[in-house]
Design a protein around this ligand. Structure first.
Ligand code: FAD
Length: 405
């Protein structure tokens, strides 16, 4: 039976290994992971885990024994360094070489670093791995001032968790509003107000030029206008870049991510790519792009495990993700491509509302704050592409069930 080699033991790679066994793959499976831990969930690293509400064991996708019990050869702390497609081999950082029949790239993404002075000072941190999260948690607390560079979802979650840990928090964002890349003005304003009520300060339109330090430790963030925001620690949360170099070097087609089809197959028949590293088709939007979310990692793990075990490809899903900040539950379905109208349903002042992004009379995406029905029915509307009556959608006295009927 075929030897499946999986590069990257994150959410996507770990799930693919487990699904291959569940779907009846009997050949050898090797799971190569650069990190020391077996596959774990990253979302809690900025949320419940950081606040101390979840322990380390609860992060693991499966207990360590699972891999041996299911005859999955898990190789922790090992990096794949080169793929030789002609010979179907992968060279590893420990000098070993693996021969594969099918190769799955699940190398994820990494936090983008700022190429500015002082970026290597102690206390200038990222939040991508469990090790990053341990360091951050050990650094912040009462009496500390944390500067968060980047007002995206991860930055805002870190800000909320930082407040919960008793730290002072300032968020520095280059754009004039929060979540500028991903959300509409209503949501940006809502989150800003909500965080301010919880004691977070914001510096919007802030151009971070460097980090100040003393004895090798960060003491402040220097802005282009000359101001300095003093701090004891910094989290840089300015986005992630796909770990697709190993694929590009092997001559696979890449486009800020490894280009795949709906079976997660790359331009090489025997090589697949899934999760944050994949640039994938999304039929409901009739385009291709790269997503960074757990549901996407799970969906693509299903695609690849189905393709390798000869099952029919799974039905397409509506992409979604979530964010928890304070007592707010934000659920997002879809992506706001080609939107010509934004419609707010519910009351932002009551922290219970949903923002629908429409293209004509089709729902492209929805951001739902403490509004599960809007999220659930919105997801169905996005996937079905059914036209929607906008007046009814905007009227919260009409249930979402009726709107979607
Ligand atoms: P990863 O989880 O990044 O795993 C890739 C693994 O491959 C890593 O362990 C990496 O070290 C390893 N690797 C890389 N190169 C090599 C190599 N050459 N050889 C061997 N191993 C290699 N998503 C949501 O849907 N909701 C959320 O609320 C949410 N919150 C998040 C909060 C944080 C702090 C972070 C960091 C992410 C969050 N995400 C969230 C995103 C989600 O975690 C990712 O989409 C998901 O982890 C992607 O899984 P992956 O397996 O593709 O990549």
């Amino acid at each position: 039976a075929a030897h499946v080699v999986i590069l990257g033991a994150g959410h996507a790679g770990g799930t693919a290994a487990a699904l291959l066994r569940q779907y009846g793959h009997t050949g050898p499976i090797t799971l190569v992971g650069a990190e020391p831990l077996p596959p774990y969930q990253r979302p809690p690293l900025s949320k419940a885990w950081l606040k101390g509400e979840a322990d380390a064991d609860s992060l693991a996708l499966k207990p360590l024994e699972f891999y041996a019990e299911h005859d999955i050869d898990f190789r922790p702390s090992t990096r794949a360094v080169e793929i030789n497609r002609g010979e179907r081999t992968v060279r590893l950082s420990d000098g070993a070489a693996l021969t594969y029949d099918k190769l799955i790239l699940a190398t994820g993404a990494r936090a983008i670093a700022l190429p500015i002075a002082g970026a290597d000072l102690a206390g200038v941190m990222f939040l991508r791995t469990a090790a990053d999260a341990e360091l951050l948690k050990a650094t912040i607390g009462p009496g500390k001032r944390l500067a968060v560079v980047g007002g995206g979802y991860i930055g805002l979650e870190v800000a909320a968790s930082g407040r919960a840990l008793g730290a002072e928090v300032v968020v520095l964002e280059r754009e004039p509003r929060l979540l500028a890349r991903v959300a509409c003005e209503t949501l940006s304003t809502f989150f800003r107000d909500y965080h301010e009520q919880h004691g977070v300060t914001f510096d919007l339109g802030a151009d971070v030029a460097g980090f100040e330090g003393q004895d090798g430790r960060v003491t402040g963030v220097r802005l282009a206008d000359g101001r300095i925001e003093p701090c004891d620690a910094v989290v840089v949360g300015v986005g992630a870049a796909p770990n697709d170099e190993i694929a590009a070097e092997a001559g696979l087609e890449t486009a800020r991510g490894v280009v795949v089809d709906l079976e997660a197959r790359t331009s090489d028949l025997n090589i697949f790519a899934i999760g944050d590293v994949a640039h994938r088709p999304m039929p409901i939007y009739d385009r291709m792009f790269r997503m960074e979310s757990v549901p996407n990692a799970l969906e693509q793990a299903k695609q690849v495990a189905s393709a390798i075990t000869g099952r029919p490809a799974p039905a397409g899903e509506c992409p979604w993700q979530w964010s928890d900040q304070y007592d707010l539950k934000l659920q997002i379905a879809g992506y706001a491509f080609d939107v010509d109208q934004i419609l707010v349903r519910g009351d932002p002042a009551a922290a219970k509302f949903a923002v629908f992004h429409l293209k004509g009379d089709q729902v492209q995406s929805v951001e739902a704050i403490n509004s599960p029905p809007e999220f659930m029915m919105g997801k169905q509307l996005i996937l079905s592409r059914r036209p929607v009556d906008k007046a009814r959608l905007a009227d919260p006295s009409i249930s979402m069930k009726e709107v979607a009927a």
